[in-house]
Design a protein around this ligand. Structure first.
Ligand code: FES
Ligand SMILES: [Fe+2]
Length: 336
């Protein structure tokens, strides 16, 4: 297929929060993170607050992520220039008076917050708040993190795959879908502002002995109710139930590294199986995401074509169609 006529709008995407790291992957050393083609350095100050700056020392363009943190300062590894949390350089050791730093010596900084065990960055003033998922912060619910899943695709493809109903029996037979029951149940999508709402009750595979992760053991041909919120551009909150009190919440967010690379983060909250080791769910997600990865990385173009005329959509692709429409309506995808 030729390149799509409508693609992601980088300027609009800069005005959204995006995950850039699991919180626990950011300790006392700076780490690099790429977002929408920008190279960032993430680091924590002396109080543990996370910061995001351009990963480019103003002096000679060295990656600050190779440096270190000293108290509230980020130190460049090449000549030891020190940057404050504001991005201002506050000491240049080569000067006779190291405190006489020129005004121009500073690096761009970006908004960074932490929530749900993730570090989030917005490159420009964000239009929307983060998606709400109170279960992830509630007593009685246990959260397991899976990933990160780095793929050679645009975030839009990773998000679309996460919410694609038709592929479950084909790509994940016996784990997420039942090949004997491949019909996608009827569903409709309600779009409110930048959030798509939809739900399905669909057949699934019974929990297996290898991966006893879903609360459906007692049921012969289990069905799960899945309530989705797709928060544009790349966050999904999925609430699962099997008709009882057991609940599971999947929080999925994809980091748009650039047009051909993304990183998915998964947080799973549940109010049952609280004693089960985290590795059971993590191993399960690793298998699922591996099965999806080779399919999605083969898709061309690497980014979802936001013009409906570029692909063939059928009735059961209602979510994919609504996603394309909403991304365009919100200015997140445009004709380049
Ligand atoms: S390149 Fe960073 S201090 Fe010289
Ligand atoms: Fe999948």
């Amino acid at each position: 297929m030729s390149s799509p006529s409508v693609t992601g709008d980088r300027g609009a995407l800069r005005r959204c929060w995006h995950p850039v790291s699991f919180s626990n992957a950011l300790a006392d050393r700076p780490v690099p993170a790429d977002l929408l083609g920008e190279q960032l350095v993430l680091w924590r100050d002396g109080d543990g607050r996370a910061h995001a700056h351009s990963d480019l020392c103003i002096h000679r363009g060295t990656a600050l992520s190779l440096g270190w943190v000293d108290g509230d300062h980020l130190v460049c590894p090449y000549h030891g220039w020190r940057y404050a949390t504001t991005g201002r350089c506050v000491a240049i050791p080569q000067l006779a008076d190291p405190t006489r730093v020129p005004e121009k010596a500073r690096i761009p900084g970006y908004r960074a917050i932490e929530r749900y065990g993730l570090v989030w960055v917005a490159l420009d003033e964000p239009r929307w708040e983060l998606a709400e998922a109170p279960e992830l912060e509630s007593p009685g619910w246990k959260v397991v993190a899976a990933g990160p899943y780095a793929w050679q695709s645009d975030s839009s493809r990773q998000v679309e795959n996460f919410t694609d109903f038709g592929h479950f029996p084909w790509v994940h037979p016996g784990l997420l879908g039942d090949p004997e029951r491949p019909v996608v149940p009827d569903h409709s999508v309600r779009t409110e502002d930048h959030v798509l709402h939809y739900e399905v009750v669909r057949p699934e595979a019974p929990s297996t002995d290898d991966f006893p992760v879903f609360a459906n053991e007692e049921r012969a041909a289990p069905e799960r109710r899945s309530r989705y919120e797709l928060h544009l551009p790349y966050t999904i909150v999925l609430r699962l139930g099997w008709g009882g009190d057991e609940g599971m919440v999947y929080f999925f967010a994809s980091q748009p590294v650039d047009h051909e690379r993304c990183i998915g983060y998964v947080l799973i909250a549940r109010n049952y199986n609280l004693e089960q080791p985290d590795s059971v769910l993590q191993d399960f997600e690793d298998v699922i995401f591996n099965q999806d990865q080779r399919i999605v990385e083969s898709q061309r173009p690497e980014i979802v074509p936001f013009d409906l005329a570029d692909e063939l959509h059928l009735r059961f692709d209602a979510v994919a169609v609504a996603y394309r429409r909403a991304m365009r309506a919100q200015g997140l995808a445009n004709t380049p």
